[in-house]
Write a protein that binds this ligand. Structure first.
Ligand code: ZN
Length: 163
């Protein structure tokens, strides 16, 4: 079962850019454009969720904040927002992956008065080719297409699983 943390390359294209490396969490200024591409600033979009100051009110906001967490490699937030029944013990984020685009395709329930919800999305990423240092090859481009299920747990929205 695919997960956003373990994508398979969808398409690859040889030659060109340099792969990025490093697994540290990227810190973003509040005024920076939010990685989830809402058009809002990070500090008034996903930032308060990642910092724990607020909880996403809807499953779409949670999904966006988890995408942002992948983009800035915030594994702690990803684990925190995972449903206790499916949450992995640890989460290793692929250091070379760079998430660069999110499209929300569908959403079912997941609002203020709901206890479950679904969000279908496509997330695009670049990753270095396997077994290559990345210095001479363009990173492969892939698309993670997932229909994610969310449930309320411990009073807040959490990610259950996806297909
Ligand atoms: Zn955002």
């Amino acid at each position: 079962m695919p997960a956003l943390s373990d994508p398979a390359p969808h398409a690859d294209s040889p030659a060109g850019a340099v792969a990025r490396s490093g697994a540290e969490t990227v810190s973003l200024d509040d005024s920076a454009r939010c990685p989830c591409q809402s058009g809002e600033a990070f500090g008034s979009c996903c930032g308060p969720y990642l910092s724990g100051q607020a909880s996403p009110p809807t499953v779409e906001r949670l999904m966006r904040s988890r995408y942002t967490a992948f983009a800035v490699r915030d594994a702690a937030y990803l684990l925190h927002s995972w449903h206790p029944s499916t949450r992995p013990a640890t989460l290793e984020l692929e250091p070379g992956i760079r998430w660069f685009r999110l499209d929300i395709l569908d959403r079912v329930a997941g609002g203020l008065l709901d206890s479950t919800g679904i969000v279908e999305f496509e997330a695009r990423y670049r990753m270095p080719p396997a077994g290559n240092s990345g210095d001479e090859s363009r990173p492969a481009v892939g698309i993670q297409h997932e229909r994610s299920r969310f449930e309320r747990a411990e009073g807040r929205w959490t990610y259950v699983d996806g297909e």
